[in-house]
Design a protein around this ligand. Structure first.
Ligand code: BES
Ligand code: MN
Ligand code: ZN
Length: 495
């Protein structure tokens, strides 16, 4: 969808399939008075009769002699937030008044947004459109195209937009397609999203500043990544250890930000097999890796002046005669030995080698890992926030700030040193599970034991990477969590 700007056109004269008018509950009749007059008082009447009140996400269509007009509620002016604007935007663009009615052009009156003070990074109109754009994502790869395809929205004209939206438009162009790219990768079933296919997706991002390198099993053995390889042993799909360098910084030697994404393209549990119920969801166990690729795509599109190294330890986790057995002991890249007591706790096994590899070869300034790591994450936080743990408070504060801005929320959990005991092994340096309690934390604590002193933050996105029900501007399926969050973090640290 193309976004255009128009100034000084009266609302009754604009040529568009639909005109979108946002209202707050405090609307006093000023902003739309001319249009109201031109339509014989239609707007005034619908408000006076309280048939439309401007309540948050309330939606009404009126046919005027100048065309179709959608009224959308933003709620009380004092209660408007960035997220409420996203939800209102999503509501409009998903509504039947736009979808499926051959609506190809829409115009949005932005006058009411000028009054809105948010204290956020962007303007109110930005958030409204962001919600609208995110809501338009669909995953149709496996659906027969409908015979009668209704025309889709092609242009959105912003009327009398006083804010300078130059940076915002660049963000939309870079970040929204990156989020969709991530969501496509996650939604694709495992048979079509093998480690090799994920590696191809990574390679598709290669360019002037982006170099992609893929280590096969042999190369991973040479690196001593036996923890990662132990997960791959049971699968016929060859593992692919994907390393991406983005060099945009003035000083190409400057220590990069390392972004590590868990990339299990299917997690059956291995020999510690998962129950059948819900196992199909384990196609999304590569959501961390997919978000990492989305971030690289967006960073490259914006040519951000920073250096990044991204690592995706991609493999399946399958049971077979060659699979790792509970009780096996493996050595990670750092030299630490791990007793694998449960082959379903495989995420941490691939992550520690990926993080170890990044630290060994790139000496990053910070390490951020994103992983669908534990079922316990949803027990703790439901589906409302990613769990955050790390060894550096200021890094975590930066992520909290980015999370508040994007509403990809994170919630910090403690890494008390007492958790070390939970992971004591009788035979090796550490074991890969910590017992029944504190599962969200012991998983992160396990990782922390391999990071040592590099500033590091772990985001457990197990309960937020995928949604079983439609959300206000995110349809069922992959949410793309992580992309907007980390992009915001990177932009903030670059301000
Ligand atoms: N990929 C799963 C975690 C998961 C569960 C993600 C549900 C998304 C939704 C992970 O590999 C796993 O199986 N974790 C185990 C760890 C346990 C064996 C210590 C879990 O949470 O049950
Ligand atoms: Mn698992
Ligand atoms: Zn997993």
């Amino acid at each position: 969808m193309e976004i255009k700007f128009a100034k000084n056109i009266s609302l009754s004269e604009i040529k568009t399939d639909v005109l979108i008018l946002p209202f707050t509950e405090d609307y006093k009749g000023a902003v739309y008075s001319t249009l109201d007059k031109d339509t014989g008082g239609l707007i005034r009447r619908i408000i006076e009769t309280k048939e439309f009140t401007g309540k948050h996400t309330e939606l009404t269509l009126i046919h005027t002699k100048t065309g179709k007009v959608i009224l959308v509620g933003l709620g009380k002016a004092a209660e408007v937030t960035a997220e409420r604007l996203r939800r209102a935007g999503g509501k409009v663009f998903l509504s039947k008044y736009i979808k499926g009615h051959d609506v190809t052009s829409a115009a949005l009156s932005t006058a009411i947004f000028q009054e809105q003070k948010l204290g956020a990074r962007h303007t109110a109109v930005f958030y409204f459109i962001e919600g609208g754009l995110l809501s338009r994502y669909e995953f149709k790869r496996y659906k027969k195209p409908e015979k009668e395809q209704p025309n889709d929205l092609k242009t959105l004209t912003l009327l009398d937009c006083r804010a300078d939206l130059g940076d915002e438009m660049k963000w939309f162009d870079a970040v929204i397609p990156a989020v969709s790219f991530t969501r496509d990768l996650v939604n694709t079933p495992s048979s079509d999203m093998t480690p090799a296919i994920l590696a191809e997706a990574a390679k598709s991002l290669s360019g002037k500043r982006v170099k992609v390198k893929v280590l096969d099993a042999e190369a991973s053995k040479k690196e001593g990544m036996w923890s990662y390889l132990s997960v791959a042993k049971g699968s016929v799909e060859p593992p692919k250890f994907i390393v991406i360098e983005y060099k945009g910084g003035k000083d190409s030697k400057k220590a990069p930000v390392a972004i590590i994404g868990k990339s299990i393209t299917f997690d059956s549990g291995g020999i510690s097999l998962k129950p059948a119920d819900g196992m199909e969801k384990m196609k999304y166990d590569m959501a961390g890796g997919a978000a990492t690729l989305g971030i690289i795509k967006a960073v490259a599109a914006l040519s951000l002046p920073i250096n990044i190294v991204a690592v995706l330890p991609a493999t399946e986790n399958m049971p077979s005669g060659s699979a790792t057995r509970p009780g096996d002991v493996v050595t990670a890249i750092t030299g630490k030995t791990i007793e694998i007591l449960n082959t379903d706790a495989e995420g941490r096994l691939v992550l520690v080698d990926a993080i170890g590899y990044a630290i060994k070869h790139y000496k990053p300034a910070v390490v951020i890992d994103m992983a669908t790591l534990t079922g316990a994450c949803s027990i703790a936080l439901g589906n409302e926030a990613a769990a955050m743990m790390g060894n550096n408070e200021s890094l975590m504060d930066d992520l909290k700030k980015a999370s508040a801005e994007t509403y990809e929320r994170v919630w910090q959990m403690p890494l008390y040193e007492e958790f070390k005991d939970y992971l004591k092994s009788d035979v090796a340096d550490i074991k890969n599970i910590g017992g029944r309690t504190g599962g969200l934390i012991t998983a992160a604590y396990f990782i922390s034991e391999f990071v040592t002193d590099t500033p590091w933050v772990h985001l457990d996105i197990a309960s937020t990477a995928f949604t079983d029900k439609d959300k206000p501007y995110l349809c069922k399926g992959a949410t793309g969590i992580g992309v907007r969050l980390i992009m915001n973090y990177l932009l903030n640290s670059n301000d």
